[in-house]
Design a binder for this molecule. Structure first.
Ligand SMILES: NC(=O)c1ccc[n+]([C@@H]2O[C@H](COP(=O)([O-])OP(=O)(O)OC[C@H]3O[C@@H](n4cnc5c(N)ncnc54)[C@H](OP(=O)(O)O)[C@@H]3O)[C@@H](O)[C@H]2O)c1
Length: 284
Protein backbone atom coordinates (compact mmCIF):
# COMPACT_ATOMS: atom_id res chain seq x y z
CA UNK A 1 0.00 0.00 0.00
CA UNK A 2 1.07 3.57 -0.77
CA UNK A 3 0.44 6.70 1.31
CA UNK A 4 0.39 10.30 0.04
CA UNK A 5 0.50 13.26 2.46
CA UNK A 6 -0.88 16.72 1.72
CA UNK A 7 -3.34 15.25 -0.75
CA UNK A 8 -5.71 18.23 -0.74
CA UNK A 9 -2.99 20.66 -1.85
CA UNK A 10 -2.43 21.71 -5.47
CA UNK A 11 0.34 19.17 -6.01
CA UNK A 12 -1.43 16.48 -3.98
CA UNK A 13 -4.54 16.73 -6.15
CA UNK A 14 -2.46 16.29 -9.31
CA UNK A 15 -0.72 13.29 -7.73
CA UNK A 16 -4.11 11.73 -6.90
CA UNK A 17 -5.34 12.33 -10.47
CA UNK A 18 -2.23 10.68 -11.89
CA UNK A 19 -2.56 7.69 -9.52
CA UNK A 20 -6.23 7.30 -10.52
CA UNK A 21 -5.27 7.44 -14.19
CA UNK A 22 -2.70 4.70 -13.62
CA UNK A 23 -5.41 2.52 -12.02
CA UNK A 24 -3.79 2.36 -8.59
CA UNK A 25 -6.45 4.15 -6.50
CA UNK A 26 -7.36 1.01 -4.54
CA UNK A 27 -3.74 0.64 -3.38
CA UNK A 28 -3.40 4.22 -2.15
CA UNK A 29 -4.35 6.13 1.00
CA UNK A 30 -4.55 9.90 0.61
CA UNK A 31 -3.80 11.88 3.78
CA UNK A 32 -4.80 15.40 4.72
CA UNK A 33 -5.27 17.45 7.86
CA UNK A 34 -8.88 17.58 6.75
CA UNK A 35 -9.90 14.31 5.06
CA UNK A 36 -13.39 15.74 4.41
CA UNK A 37 -11.73 17.62 1.56
CA UNK A 38 -10.90 14.24 0.00
CA UNK A 39 -14.49 12.93 -0.28
CA UNK A 40 -14.44 12.94 -4.09
CA UNK A 41 -11.30 10.75 -4.06
CA UNK A 42 -12.92 8.22 -1.72
CA UNK A 43 -15.61 7.88 -4.39
CA UNK A 44 -12.87 7.02 -6.91
CA UNK A 45 -11.68 4.10 -4.76
CA UNK A 46 -8.90 5.75 -2.74
CA UNK A 47 -8.75 5.29 1.01
CA UNK A 48 -8.44 8.54 2.95
CA UNK A 49 -7.02 9.32 6.38
CA UNK A 50 -6.32 12.22 8.69
CA UNK A 51 -2.63 13.07 8.54
CA UNK A 52 -1.25 16.07 10.39
CA UNK A 53 2.47 16.77 10.85
CA UNK A 54 1.57 18.26 14.24
CA UNK A 55 -0.21 15.10 15.48
CA UNK A 56 2.33 12.25 15.67
CA UNK A 57 -0.26 9.69 16.82
CA UNK A 58 -2.44 10.49 13.79
CA UNK A 59 0.55 9.92 11.51
CA UNK A 60 1.59 6.61 13.04
CA UNK A 61 -1.98 5.26 12.94
CA UNK A 62 -2.53 6.49 9.38
CA UNK A 63 0.73 4.97 8.09
CA UNK A 64 0.22 1.48 9.57
CA UNK A 65 0.07 -1.12 6.80
CA UNK A 66 1.74 1.11 4.16
CA UNK A 67 5.16 0.32 2.78
CA UNK A 68 5.78 3.41 0.66
CA UNK A 69 5.20 7.06 1.52
CA UNK A 70 5.11 10.17 -0.66
CA UNK A 71 5.95 12.98 1.78
CA UNK A 72 4.82 16.26 0.22
CA UNK A 73 6.64 19.09 1.98
CA UNK A 74 4.50 21.38 4.11
CA UNK A 75 4.20 25.17 4.22
CA UNK A 76 5.20 26.21 7.77
CA UNK A 77 8.15 28.48 8.71
CA UNK A 78 11.63 26.94 8.57
CA UNK A 79 12.22 25.52 12.07
CA UNK A 80 8.60 24.49 12.53
CA UNK A 81 8.57 22.69 9.19
CA UNK A 82 11.83 20.85 9.90
CA UNK A 83 10.32 19.64 13.18
CA UNK A 84 7.11 18.57 11.34
CA UNK A 85 8.98 16.67 8.64
CA UNK A 86 11.16 14.91 11.21
CA UNK A 87 8.01 13.83 13.09
CA UNK A 88 6.55 12.41 9.86
CA UNK A 89 9.79 10.49 9.18
CA UNK A 90 9.79 9.12 12.75
CA UNK A 91 6.17 8.01 12.28
CA UNK A 92 7.03 6.32 8.98
CA UNK A 93 9.86 4.43 10.58
CA UNK A 94 7.69 3.39 13.54
CA UNK A 95 5.00 2.18 11.10
CA UNK A 96 7.57 0.06 9.20
CA UNK A 97 7.35 2.06 5.97
CA UNK A 98 10.10 0.90 3.59
CA UNK A 99 10.51 3.89 1.23
CA UNK A 100 10.02 7.64 1.52
CA UNK A 101 9.73 9.74 -1.63
CA UNK A 102 10.15 13.39 -0.60
CA UNK A 103 9.42 16.59 -2.54
CA UNK A 104 12.66 18.47 -1.95
CA UNK A 105 13.97 21.50 -3.83
CA UNK A 106 16.83 22.35 -6.19
CA UNK A 107 20.11 22.97 -4.34
CA UNK A 108 18.80 21.59 -1.05
CA UNK A 109 21.75 22.95 0.89
CA UNK A 110 22.09 25.10 4.00
CA UNK A 111 24.48 27.23 1.89
CA UNK A 112 21.72 28.19 -0.57
CA UNK A 113 20.52 31.81 -0.57
CA UNK A 114 16.92 30.48 -0.54
CA UNK A 115 15.80 30.49 3.10
CA UNK A 116 13.63 27.36 2.67
CA UNK A 117 16.58 25.33 1.31
CA UNK A 118 17.61 24.48 4.87
CA UNK A 119 14.26 22.74 5.38
CA UNK A 120 14.99 20.46 2.45
CA UNK A 121 18.64 19.90 3.40
CA UNK A 122 17.72 18.90 6.95
CA UNK A 123 14.75 16.76 5.88
CA UNK A 124 16.91 14.91 3.33
CA UNK A 125 19.61 14.34 5.96
CA UNK A 126 17.06 13.02 8.46
CA UNK A 127 15.56 10.62 5.91
CA UNK A 128 19.06 9.37 5.03
CA UNK A 129 19.87 8.86 8.71
CA UNK A 130 16.61 6.89 9.18
CA UNK A 131 18.06 4.05 7.12
CA UNK A 132 14.88 3.80 4.99
CA UNK A 133 15.09 3.64 1.20
CA UNK A 134 14.41 7.06 -0.31
CA UNK A 135 13.83 9.04 -3.46
CA UNK A 136 14.51 12.76 -3.20
CA UNK A 137 12.70 14.79 -5.83
CA UNK A 138 14.60 18.05 -5.97
CA UNK A 139 11.93 20.04 -7.76
CA UNK A 140 12.94 23.22 -9.54
CA UNK A 141 10.47 26.13 -9.58
CA UNK A 142 6.96 25.38 -10.76
CA UNK A 143 6.25 26.97 -14.15
CA UNK A 144 3.01 28.18 -12.56
CA UNK A 145 5.03 30.49 -10.26
CA UNK A 146 5.42 33.10 -13.02
CA UNK A 147 1.65 33.40 -13.66
CA UNK A 148 1.26 36.87 -12.14
CA UNK A 149 4.37 38.25 -13.89
CA UNK A 150 2.99 36.85 -17.17
CA UNK A 151 -0.43 38.45 -16.52
CA UNK A 152 1.30 41.78 -15.77
CA UNK A 153 3.31 41.48 -18.99
CA UNK A 154 0.11 40.95 -20.96
CA UNK A 155 -1.26 44.23 -19.61
CA UNK A 156 1.88 46.38 -19.69
CA UNK A 157 4.38 44.79 -22.11
CA UNK A 158 6.95 44.47 -19.28
CA UNK A 159 7.90 41.04 -17.97
CA UNK A 160 9.30 42.31 -14.68
CA UNK A 161 11.06 40.07 -12.19
CA UNK A 162 13.57 40.56 -9.40
CA UNK A 163 16.75 38.71 -10.38
CA UNK A 164 15.78 38.84 -14.05
CA UNK A 165 19.18 37.78 -15.40
CA UNK A 166 19.11 34.45 -13.56
CA UNK A 167 17.95 31.33 -15.38
CA UNK A 168 15.39 28.89 -14.00
CA UNK A 169 14.76 25.35 -15.28
CA UNK A 170 11.00 25.65 -14.66
CA UNK A 171 8.99 22.44 -14.45
CA UNK A 172 5.19 22.25 -14.52
CA UNK A 173 3.39 21.18 -11.37
CA UNK A 174 1.74 18.40 -13.41
CA UNK A 175 5.17 17.01 -14.31
CA UNK A 176 6.28 17.27 -10.68
CA UNK A 177 3.20 15.17 -9.83
CA UNK A 178 4.08 12.59 -12.50
CA UNK A 179 7.63 12.35 -11.17
CA UNK A 180 6.30 11.93 -7.62
CA UNK A 181 3.99 9.11 -8.73
CA UNK A 182 6.85 7.35 -10.54
CA UNK A 183 9.01 7.71 -7.41
CA UNK A 184 6.25 6.12 -5.34
CA UNK A 185 5.30 3.26 -7.68
CA UNK A 186 8.83 2.17 -8.67
CA UNK A 187 10.15 -0.51 -6.29
CA UNK A 188 12.73 0.78 -3.78
CA UNK A 189 16.32 0.89 -4.94
CA UNK A 190 18.32 2.17 -1.98
CA UNK A 191 18.78 5.92 -1.94
CA UNK A 192 18.25 7.99 -5.10
CA UNK A 193 18.16 11.72 -5.83
CA UNK A 194 16.45 13.20 -8.88
CA UNK A 195 16.75 16.80 -10.05
CA UNK A 196 13.24 17.41 -11.37
CA UNK A 197 13.46 20.20 -13.95
CA UNK A 198 12.09 21.19 -17.30
CA UNK A 199 14.18 20.46 -20.40
CA UNK A 200 16.03 23.80 -20.31
CA UNK A 201 16.45 26.97 -18.26
CA UNK A 202 15.20 30.45 -19.21
CA UNK A 203 15.98 33.97 -18.04
CA UNK A 204 13.44 36.80 -18.14
CA UNK A 205 14.57 38.04 -21.56
CA UNK A 206 13.99 34.60 -23.08
CA UNK A 207 10.54 34.38 -21.46
CA UNK A 208 9.68 37.86 -22.76
CA UNK A 209 10.66 36.70 -26.25
CA UNK A 210 8.34 33.67 -26.00
CA UNK A 211 5.47 35.93 -24.87
CA UNK A 212 6.29 38.43 -27.60
CA UNK A 213 5.94 35.71 -30.27
CA UNK A 214 2.83 34.23 -28.69
CA UNK A 215 0.91 37.52 -28.33
CA UNK A 216 2.31 39.23 -31.43
CA UNK A 217 3.10 42.40 -29.45
CA UNK A 218 6.29 43.77 -27.92
CA UNK A 219 7.19 42.36 -24.51
CA UNK A 220 10.47 43.31 -22.81
CA UNK A 221 12.15 41.92 -19.72
CA UNK A 222 12.61 44.35 -16.85
CA UNK A 223 14.34 44.17 -13.49
CA UNK A 224 11.80 44.57 -10.69
CA UNK A 225 13.50 46.32 -7.76
CA UNK A 226 13.64 44.37 -4.50
CA UNK A 227 11.71 47.01 -2.54
CA UNK A 228 8.92 47.07 -5.11
CA UNK A 229 8.59 43.27 -4.89
CA UNK A 230 8.50 43.43 -1.08
CA UNK A 231 5.87 46.19 -1.20
CA UNK A 232 3.66 44.06 -3.50
CA UNK A 233 3.89 41.11 -1.12
CA UNK A 234 3.18 43.31 1.92
CA UNK A 235 0.09 44.66 0.19
CA UNK A 236 -1.02 41.06 -0.38
CA UNK A 237 -0.51 40.58 3.39
CA UNK A 238 1.82 37.63 2.95
CA UNK A 239 3.45 36.49 6.22
CA UNK A 240 6.98 37.93 6.68
CA UNK A 241 8.65 34.48 6.50
CA UNK A 242 7.01 33.83 3.12
CA UNK A 243 8.07 37.24 1.80
CA UNK A 244 11.62 36.58 2.98
CA UNK A 245 11.59 33.14 1.31
CA UNK A 246 10.29 34.34 -2.06
CA UNK A 247 12.67 37.32 -2.14
CA UNK A 248 15.56 34.99 -1.26
CA UNK A 249 14.47 32.58 -4.00
CA UNK A 250 14.86 35.39 -6.54
CA UNK A 251 18.33 36.10 -5.11
CA UNK A 252 19.22 32.41 -5.39
CA UNK A 253 17.98 32.56 -8.99
CA UNK A 254 20.14 35.61 -9.77
CA UNK A 255 23.12 33.71 -8.33
CA UNK A 256 22.48 30.86 -10.79
CA UNK A 257 21.25 28.29 -8.25
CA UNK A 258 18.23 27.21 -10.32
CA UNK A 259 19.85 27.25 -13.75
CA UNK A 260 20.74 23.59 -14.29
CA UNK A 261 18.40 21.50 -16.41
CA UNK A 262 18.70 17.77 -15.85
CA UNK A 263 17.63 14.58 -17.61
CA UNK A 264 16.41 13.05 -14.34
CA UNK A 265 12.70 13.56 -15.06
CA UNK A 266 13.03 11.40 -18.16
CA UNK A 267 15.20 8.86 -16.31
CA UNK A 268 12.51 8.50 -13.65
CA UNK A 269 9.32 8.63 -15.74
CA UNK A 270 10.51 7.50 -19.19
CA UNK A 271 8.97 10.64 -20.72
CA UNK A 272 10.16 14.14 -21.62
CA UNK A 273 9.02 16.99 -19.35
CA UNK A 274 6.98 19.83 -20.85
CA UNK A 275 9.08 22.88 -21.74
CA UNK A 276 8.25 26.33 -20.40
CA UNK A 277 7.71 27.45 -24.02
CA UNK A 278 5.02 24.77 -24.52
CA UNK A 279 3.50 25.53 -21.11
CA UNK A 280 3.25 29.23 -21.99
CA UNK A 281 1.90 28.41 -25.45
CA UNK A 282 -1.10 26.74 -23.84
CA UNK A 283 -1.58 28.96 -20.76
CA UNK A 284 -0.33 32.53 -21.37
N1 LIG B 1 8.80 23.88 -6.50
C1 LIG B 1 8.08 24.99 -6.28
O1 LIG B 1 8.09 25.95 -7.06
C2 LIG B 1 7.19 25.08 -5.07
C3 LIG B 1 6.34 26.18 -4.96
C4 LIG B 1 5.50 26.25 -3.86
C5 LIG B 1 5.53 25.26 -2.89
N2 LIG B 1 6.38 24.20 -3.02
C6 LIG B 1 6.43 23.11 -2.01
O2 LIG B 1 5.68 22.01 -2.51
C7 LIG B 1 4.60 21.70 -1.61
C8 LIG B 1 3.38 21.30 -2.41
O3 LIG B 1 3.07 22.38 -3.29
P1 LIG B 1 1.56 22.80 -3.54
O4 LIG B 1 1.59 23.67 -4.72
O5 LIG B 1 0.66 21.60 -3.53
O6 LIG B 1 1.26 23.69 -2.23
P2 LIG B 1 -0.12 23.87 -1.46
O7 LIG B 1 -1.28 23.72 -2.38
O8 LIG B 1 0.01 25.15 -0.68
O9 LIG B 1 -0.13 22.67 -0.43
C9 LIG B 1 0.55 22.75 0.80
C10 LIG B 1 0.56 21.35 1.37
O10 LIG B 1 1.11 21.30 2.68
C11 LIG B 1 0.36 20.35 3.43
N3 LIG B 1 0.47 20.67 4.86
C12 LIG B 1 0.60 21.89 5.43
N4 LIG B 1 0.63 21.77 6.76
C13 LIG B 1 0.49 20.44 7.05
C14 LIG B 1 0.44 19.69 8.25
N5 LIG B 1 0.50 20.29 9.48
N6 LIG B 1 0.31 18.37 8.16
C15 LIG B 1 0.21 17.74 6.97
N7 LIG B 1 0.25 18.39 5.78
C16 LIG B 1 0.40 19.74 5.83
C17 LIG B 1 -1.05 20.56 2.95
O11 LIG B 1 -1.81 19.38 3.21
P3 LIG B 1 -3.36 19.35 3.59
O12 LIG B 1 -3.94 20.74 3.48
O13 LIG B 1 -3.99 18.38 2.66
O14 LIG B 1 -3.35 18.85 4.99
C18 LIG B 1 -0.84 20.81 1.45
O15 LIG B 1 -0.84 19.64 0.70
C19 LIG B 1 4.41 22.98 -0.77
O16 LIG B 1 3.85 22.67 0.48
C20 LIG B 1 5.84 23.50 -0.68
O17 LIG B 1 6.57 22.83 0.35
C21 LIG B 1 7.19 24.08 -4.10
Amino acid sequence: MYFVTGASGKLGQLVAAELAQQGTAADVTLGSRNPDKLASYAQQGFKTARFDFDAPDSMRAALAGHDRLLLISGDAPVDERIRQHKAAIDAAKAADVKLIAYTSFTNASAKSLFTFARIHAETEAYIKASGLAYRFLRDNQYAENIASAVAHAKETGAFAVYGSKGKVAYVTRADVAKAAVAALLTPPNGGETFEITGPRAYDAAEIAEILNRKWGKPVAAAELPRDVLVAIFKQLQWPPFVIEAVVSLHEATAAGELASASGDYQRLTGKAPESLADFLARTA
